[in-house]
Design a protein around this ligand. Structure first.
Ligand SMILES: NC(=O)c1ccc[n+]([C@@H]2O[C@H](COP(=O)([O-])OP(=O)(O)OC[C@H]3O[C@@H](n4cnc5c(N)ncnc54)[C@H](O)[C@@H]3O)[C@@H](O)[C@H]2O)c1
Length: 320
């Protein structure tokens, strides 16, 4: 799939991963249209590109057919990154999750079909799609067994991309992400710990028993790998795990965050149980053999990614 110098629509392009992707696409000479309803973002991280007129921004919803259609004028590919991203929200409101994630997906695909746009890259989710896999590291061939509506919405979205590739000649790339961390992110365990410690630097509540073990990937590696495999993708439907070979426990992250914040004598408390919340995939490590066979490997180690992200949080939101 050709990316360099193409005109691309990025849905969710004002958000965490999406805005990093937009930076890279601009560097690659792409014309970029960002469609985002700003439900979980502002234009802060794409503002420089807007000021220099290097991208277009449309405030709108991926469920609105005419809006998506109008954003596709002259585009050759779509990066579909807009989503309801929160597993817990999907458990409390599965209909909303389905509406944004699955209806949003088919709406984008239908608009593409109508406008003859043939290439789609989708931000899927490895951990939540595989569920509690008994093969770890989990390869792309493992059957999806989601344990949350969010995971189901990602699996369902992938199935629609597969069908559109088969029926209408699209080329699709599904990027099954590990947990992605780094500057601009305002969700996930590290952000949660930072906020809690800012409120009270003497105690930290950990969801679950702290032994949940998961893989975390720096956003710079995530975007780099995403574009690398996209450019290698062939006709039809392609699936790639995007992650690293390292995984750490939640307790390990807590200690690293505390160390980076230079705090001492922090008392831990636990809500208990193997899972942090209903739908939590408490053991997650993706196989990246397919990525490595294509010639890509992660550049950032997990400790340096976590430390870099905490430094950014302190710079942005203040010292603890
Ligand atoms: N961050 C991770 O660890 C992770 C892991 C796996 C998959 N993903 C997927 O990657 C994508 C980006 O995630 P993120 O972490 O950057 O989250 P994010 O919330 O920062 O980005 C999503 C963006 O989509 C926008 N959006 C939400 N609903 C919309 C709608 N109906 N119409 C238009 N825009 C809408 C939000 O305003 C936001 O800017 C999502 O699809 C997410 O499910 C993220």
């Amino acid at each position: 799939m050709k990316v360099k110098d193409e005109r691309a629509l990025v849905t969710g392009g004002a958000g965490f991963i999406g805005s990093h992707l937009v930076d890279k696409l601009v560097d690659m000479g792409c014309e970029v249209v960002v469609l985002d309803n700003l439900s979980n973002a502002t234009t802060e991280y794409i503002q420089d590109h807007l000021d220099s007129a290097r991208i277009e921004f449309v405030k709108g919803d991926v469920r609105d057919f005419e809006t998506v259609e109008s954003c596709l004028e002259d585009s050759s590919l779509v990066f579909h990154f807009a989503a309801q991203y929160d597993v817990r929200k999907s458990v409390s409101d599965p209909i909303y999750d389905f509406d944004v994630n699955v209806n949003g997906m088919i709406n984008v695909l239908e608009a593409m079909r109508k406008k003859d746009v043939l290439n789609i890259v989708f931000a899927s989710s490895g951990g939540t799609l595989y569920g509690l896999a008994d093969a770890i590291p989990t390869p792309e061939t493992y059957p999806p067994q989601p344990i949350s509506p969010y995971g189901a919405s990602k699996a369902g979205s992938e199935m629609y991309i597969s069908a559109y590739c088969a029926c209408y000649g699209l080329c699709g790339v599904s990027l099954r992400y590990a947990n992605i961390i780094g500057p601009r992110s305002v969700h996930g365990v590290i952000f949660d710990f930072y906020q809690k410690l800012k409120n009270n630097p003497k105690s930290l509540e950990i969801l679950g028993d702290g032994k949940q073990k998961k893989s975390y990937t720096d956003v710079s590696d995530c975007v780099d790998a995403s574009l690398y495999v996209t450019e290698k993708a062939e006709n039809g439907f392609n699936i790639f795990n995007i992650g690293s070979e390292e995984w750490v426990t939640v307790n390990y992250i807590a200690k690293l965050v505390i160390n980076e914040l230079k705090l001492a004598d922090v008392e831990f408390s636990y809500t208990g149980g193997e899972q942090g919340w209903i739908g939590d995939v408490h053991l997650m490590l993706l196989s990246i053999s397919k990525l490595k066979d294509l010639g890509w490997k992660p550049k950032m180690h997990i400790d340096e990614s976590i430390r870099k992200y905490v430094k950014w949080l302190v710079g942005k939101y203040g010292r603890v």
